[in-house]
Design a protein around this ligand. Structure first.
Ligand SMILES: Cc1cc2nc3c(=O)[nH]c(=O)nc-3n(C[C@H](O)[C@H](O)[C@H](O)COP(=O)(O)OP(=O)(O)OC[C@H]3O[C@@H](n4cnc5c(N)ncnc54)[C@H](O)[C@@H]3O)c2cc1C
Ligand SMILES: *[C@@H]1O[C@H](CO)[C@@H](O)[C@H](O)[C@H]1NC(C)=O
Ligand SMILES: *[C@@H]1O[C@H](CO)[C@@H](O)[C@H](O)[C@H]1NC(C)=O
Ligand SMILES: *[C@@H]1O[C@H](CO)[C@@H](O)[C@H](O)[C@H]1NC(C)=O
Ligand SMILES: *[C@@H]1O[C@H](CO)[C@@H](O)[C@H](O)[C@H]1NC(C)=O
Ligand SMILES: *[C@@H]1O[C@H](CO)[C@@H](O)[C@H](O)[C@H]1NC(C)=O
Ligand SMILES: *[C@@H]1O[C@H](CO)[C@@H](O)[C@H](O)[C@H]1NC(C)=O
Length: 579
C-alpha cells in the first residue's frame, strides 16, 4: 500500500518546503491559570461531574440536590455504550472512573442492579479517577492553549474520546480532560493524496477522513453511504481516530485487509511541544510511525485521521453455536485450536465466545465457506446446536445484524488480560496441548473463553517497519486471555486478589508464548515487562526517542504508556497494583 515511490517522495519532501499548518492562536502560549485558559477557549472549560452524581445527595463531602429524573436515566442506561459515550464524566469500564486503589474514592452504582439504593443513599459521591475538568475541543488553538496551561501550571492533561480504554488512559485524577467527541468531520476521497506526497497514479487512495470524535457506528454508516468498506472495531462506540487506530486497531476484516495501523494514511496532530502537524509517509515520518501503534494519548492530540477504504465487499458469515458443558466446551475448543491456521489462511476473521463463533469471510464463496467450517458445524449440529451461514452484500449488513448485538459488554469493572498467540504455537502439537491446559483451567473455574480472531494473516504488511505496534500481531492468529472483575463495592483486599489472579493467568500465557506480545489496549494493565510485551524492545526504544522529541516536558503521562516512568506510579489510582 503506502507509496511505492517512497524514496522519491522522501527526497521531494526534503527539498520542497511543506505548507505550514500553524493556526493563529494569539497568545495561546502564555496561559498560567485555569481561568485564563477558560477565557482563551471562550468558556468551554467545565467541571467534570461523575456520571452517577445525579443519584447522590453528597458530592465530595458537600450536600447536593439529587436529580431524580437524571438519576433514573443513569440507572436505565448504566450499561448502554451509546448513552455513556455522550457524557464527559462517564467511562465504559468502571476501573477508569473509580480510584481503584482507594475504594472510598468513587461514585458508582451497583452495576448488578443500578436501582440498588445501597450504592447511593447516604453515600458520598467522590471524583475517583475522573479528571476534575474537561475542555470540549473545537480546534487546534484549544489544544495548544491546554498544553500551555499544563506546562506552566503542572496540571496533567489527558485525551478523552469515547471512554473505552481498559487501562484508564482516558481518565486521570486531577487532570484536565481534552474531550474530542465534538470533532465530527467525515470526508470521502476517491483519490486521496497524502499532503506533501507527489501524486503518482499508485499513490492515490480511496479513503475516508474521520474527525477525532467519530465512532465506529458513524464511520461504518458513512462508508456505507459512499458504497465503500472501512475497518473499525467490533463495537458501535469505540472511536476510529483515537486509541483504536493509534495502538493497532483490529477488526474482523483484519485477517484479509490488515490492522487499522496498516491502513491509516495520515494524521493531523497537535503535539505537546505546541506544533500543529500533518504526519504521513512524506512528512513527519517519525511521528507517523509512532502514531501507527505507539498508543493513544502519548504523542499528541489527533484532530483527524485518514483511512484507506475498500470498495463495497460482499461477504459470507458463519454463526455456529451449541449449549455446552465443560466436557463439550473443551472438545469444541480443541477444534478451534486445530482449525485456527487453516481458517486464518482461508481469510476468516471473527470471535469465539465459549461454545459459539461468529466469523466473516470476504474472499470465500458460500460453498467453500461451508466446506471450510465443516468440523465446527458438524460438531455443533451433533450437539443440538445451530449453524447459520449467510451472505451479505456489504459489511454494513453484517454490522447491523451481528456487531451491534454482540459487542463486548460495558458498564462494569472489567480488567483485560490477553496475549497474542503465535501461529507457531497453534501449529505445534505441544503448543496446542499447552493452550488446552490453560483453557481447562479457566473452564474449570467456570469462565468461558473469549477469542478475537482478528490478526492480519492473509494480509501482508508493505515493509518491515511500517507500524510501531507489537510485531507479534503479524505472526499471531489469536488473541486469547482471561479478564478479571471486581464488585462495585469490593474492598481493596478483594481487588488485590482479583489482580493477583489476573497476573497468574498472564504469567501462564507468557510461558506458553515466549517472545510473543500483547495488544496493549486489551492487555493486563499490570503486565511485568510491559514495554517489551506491548511494543517489542526495539520499537519501544524508538518510540521513547520520538516521545521525548514531541513531548519533552512529559505533559501526556498515561499508565504505562510510552514514556511512563516508575515514579509516575505515585499519582496513579492503580498504584496499589503496581508490580
Ligand atoms: C466494548 C469494547 C469493544 C472493543 N472492541 C475492539 C475491537 O474490536 N478492536 C480493537 O482493536 N479494540 C477494541 N477495543 C479496545 C479499544 O480499541 C480501546 O479501548 C481504545 O483505546 C479505545 O479508544 P477510544 O479513543 O475510543 O477511547 P478513549 O478511552 O476515549 O481513549 C483511548 C486512548 O486513546 C487516547 N485518545 C483518544 N482520542 C485521541 C486523540 N484524538 N488523540 C490522541 N489520543 C487520543 C486516549 O487518551 C486514551 O489513551 C474495544 C474496547 C471496548 C471497551
Ligand atoms: C468557564 O467560563 C464559563 C463562561 O464564563 C463559565 O460558565 C464556566 O463556569 C467557567 N468554567 C469554570 C470551570 O470555571
Ligand atoms: C522504524 O522506523 C522508525 C521511524 O522512522 C524509526 O525510528 C525506527 O528506528 C525504525 N526501526 C527499525 C528497526 O528500523
Ligand atoms: C457500489 O460498489 C459496487 C462494488 O464496487 C459496485 O458494483 C456498485 O455498482 C456500486 N453501487 C453504486 C450505487 O454505486
Ligand atoms: C456433557 O454433554 C455430553 C453430550 O452432550 C454428555 O455426553 C456428557 O455426559 C455431559 N458431561 C457432563 C459432565 O455433564
Ligand atoms: C456489596 O453489594 C452487594 C449487593 O450488590 C451486597 O450483597 C454485598 O453485601 C455488598 N458487599 C459489601 C462488602 O458491602
Ligand atoms: C497465584 O499463583 C500463586 C503461585 O502459584 C498462588 O500461590 C496463588 O494462590 C495464586 N493466586 C490466585 C489469586 O490465583
Amino acid at each position: 500500500m503506502a507509496g511505492r515511490n517512497c524514496m522519491a517522495l522522501l527526497l521531494l519532501a526534503a527539498l520542497s518546503p511543506i505548507a505550514s499548518h500553524a493556526a493563529d492562536c494569539g497568545d495561546a502560549n502564555s496561559i498560567k491559570s485555569l481561568d485564563a485558559l477558560n477565557n482563551s477557549v471562550n468558556g468551554r472549560i467545565h467541571v467534570n461531574a461523575p456520571f452517577s452524581l445525579p443519584c447522590f445527595s453528597s458530592y465530595e463531602g458537600r450536600a447536593v440536590e439529587p436529580d431524580a429524573a437524571a438519576c433514573q436515566a443513569v440507572q436505565d442506561n448504566y450499561a448502554s455504550p451509546t448513552f455513556l459515550t455522550e457524557y464527559p464524566g462517564a467511562y465504559m469500564n468502571y476501573q477508569d472512573s473509580m480510584c481503584s486503589s482507594d475504594p472510598t474514592n468513587q461514585c458508582v452504582l451497583d452495576n448488578t442492579n443500578p436501582a440498588d439504593p445501597l450504592a447511593y443513599v447516604g453515600k458520598d459521591c467522590r471524583q475517583g479517577d475522573i479528571p476534575s475538568h474537561y475542555l470540549e475541543v473545537m480546534d487546534v488553538c484549544d489544544i495548544q492553549a491546554a498544553f500551555s496551561f499544563s506546562r506552566s501550571s503542572g496540571t496533567p492533561v489527558v485525551v478523552k474520546n469515547s471512554g473505552h480504554d481498559y487501562l484508564s488512559h482516558s481518565s486521570q485524577k486531577g487532570a484536565l480532560a481534552l474531550r474530542t467527541r465534538h470533532l465530527q468531520k467525515l470526508e470521502y476521497h476517491h483519490a486521496f493524496v497524502p499532503e506533501g506526497c507527489s501524486a503518482g497514479e499508485g499513490d492515490k487512495y480511496l479513503a475516508i477522513t474521520t474527525g477525532a470524535g467519530v465512532n465506529c457506528d458513524q464511520a461504518y454508516g458513512f462508508a456505507d453511504e459512499n458504497n465503500v468498506t472501512i475497518l473499525c472495531a467490533y463495537s458501535e462506540t469505540v472511536g476510529i481516530s483515537g486509541g483504536w487506530v493509534q495502538t493497532a486497531g483490529h477488526s474482523v476484516l483484519s485477517p484479509v485487509y490488515g490492522l487499522g495501523v496498516d491502513r491509516v494514511l495520515e494524521f493531523h496532530v497537535v503535539t505537546p511541544n505546541g506544533q500543529d502537524l500533518i504526519a504521513n509517509a512524506c512528512q513527519n515520518q517519525d511521528l507517523f510511525w509512532a502514531l501507527r501503534g505507539g498508543g493513544g494519548g502519548t504523542f499528541g492530540v489527533v484532530m483527524k485521521s485518514t483511512h484507506l477504504v475498500e470498495p463495497r465487499i460482499p461477504m459470507v458469515t458463519a454463526n455456529i453455536a451449541f449449549t455446552s458443558n465443560s466436557t463439550t466446551l473443551l472438545e469444541w475448543m480443541a477444534i478451534m485450536l486445530e482449525e485456527a491456521a487453516p481458517w486464518a489462511d482461508a481469510g476468516w476473521g471473527g470471535h469465539i465466545t465459549g461454545s459459539s463463533l461468529i466469523y466473516v469471510n470476504p474472499i470465500l464463496s458460500m460453498d467453500a465457506a461451508k466446506k471450510s467450517m465443516k468440523k465446527a458445524s458438524d460438531y455443533a449440529t451433533s450437539h443440538g446446536g445451530s449453524v447459520v451461514f449467510k451472505h451479505f452484500d456489504s459489511f454494513y449488513g453484517f454490522y447491523e445484524e451481528y456487531v451491534v448485538t454482540n459487542a463486548a459488554t460495558v458498564g462494569n469493572t472489567r480488567l483485560p488480560g490477553s496475549r497474542l498467540i503465535p501461529r507457531s504455537v497453534l501449529d505445534s502439537e505441544d503448543g496446542r496441548k499447552a493452550l488446552m491446559g490453560f483453557l481447562e483451567g479457566i473452564i474449570a473455574a467456570g469462565n468461558s473463553p473469549y477469542v478475537p480472531v482478528t490478526m492480519p494473516t492473509v494480509y501482508k504488511p508493505d515493509g518491515d517497519n511500517t507500524t510501531s505496534t507489537t510485531p507479534a500481531f503479524y505472526s499471531s492468529l489469536w488473541e486469547l486471555g482471561i479478564g478479571s472483575t471486581w464488585a462495585w463495592n469490593s474492598t481493596l483486599e478483594q481487588r488485590l486478589v482479583a489482580v493477583e489472579g489476573l497476573n497468574n493467568k498472564t504469567a501462564q500465557l507468557e510461558a506458553i508464548t515466549p517472545g510473543g506480545g500483547a495488544y496493549m489496549n486489551e492487555a493486563n494493565p499490570f503486565t511485568p515487562g510491559w514495554q517489551e510485551a506491548w511494543w517489542g524492545k526495539e520499537n519501544y526504544a524508538s518510540l521513547l526517542a520520538i516521545k521525548n522529541r514531541y513531548d519533552p516536558d512529559r505533559l501526556l503521562r498515561c499508565w504505562r504508556c510510552v514514556g511512563w516512568e516508575e515514579s509516575d506510579v505515585q499519582d496513579s489510582c492503580f498504584k496499589a497494583f503496581n508490580n
